[in-house]
Design a protein around this ligand. Sequence first.
Ligand SMILES: [Mg+2]
Length: 277
Amino acid sequence: MLQIFFLDIDDCLIETSRLGKEELRVLRSALERLNIPHPEKITAEFEKSFHRLYDLHQEKQLSAPQQEELEKYLSRVYELQAEIITKWGQVKKWSRECFIFIAAEKSGVKLNSQQTATCAENLWKSIGGHTPFYRDAKRFLHKLITRKIPFYLISSSDCRLKYNDEKKLFEYVPEYSRNLKLKRLKKLTGLDIPEENIFLGDPYDKPDPWVFRQALAKAKKDNPGIFYSVMIGDSPKNDLEPAEKIGMDELIWINRHKKAISASKFKTVAGFDEISV
Ligand SMILES: [Mg+2]
C-alpha cells in the first residue's frame, strides 16, 4: 500500500530550539542598538524564561523555584494575550516577542511595539541562520524525494505577535505570522518542497488537530485511493497525539536525546535512519 509521510519540522528535521550563544548575542546587540537599558540583564532573563518553558515542553522536571517563576511568567503572558485568547481560544506561549517584552518588564523597562518587533526580528533572523538540518533527516527527505514518496510537513506556528501600544496588549494576525515562518523555512522550499505541502499552525496551533486535518485532507486530494499514513515528530504531545486523534495509521516518535520517558505508547526511534520507507 502507498505510504504517505507527515513530518514535523522544528527539532525533527531541523534543529530549532537550541538557543545558542550566537542568538543571544544578536538579541543583546539589538537591545543595545535601540539604547534599551539593561540589555545584558534582559537577555539573561529571556534565556532563562525560554528554557524553563522549553524544559517543561520537553517533559523535564522543573525545580520548585523554577516552576514558580514559570507560573509567574505565564500569568503575565495570559494578561498580555487576553484578546488573542478570547479570539482564537489559544494562548501563543512561544511568542518570542512576548518573551522579550516580559524579560524587559522584569528589568523595569517598557518596550514599545517597534522595539519589541525589532528585537524579535533580529532574534528570528539569527535562529533562521543557525538551524541546520539533522543529517539523518536530510537523508530521509532525500530518499522520499528521489523515490517520489508523497510527504507533507506539519509545523507549529512561530507565534509572531505584534504589541499594540494603545491597548497594551499583544495582537495576532495569522497571515503575518504564517508568512514570516514560511520565509524562515526557505531551506525547505529550496529543496523543492512546494509551499502548499507545508502546513503551519496558524491560526490553530498544535496540539489542536486542526493543522493535521488540513494536511491529511490535502494528502487525500492529491492521492486518491487508500494509503497508509505515517506521522513522525519529536513531541508525543504536539505531534503524535493529535495525529492519532484524527486517525493516522502509524505514529513515530523521534527521540533523539533518548529522553527517559518510560513506556511511550508510540513507536520510538533515535533518528530517521531507523525508519524504513
Ligand atoms: Mg517539533
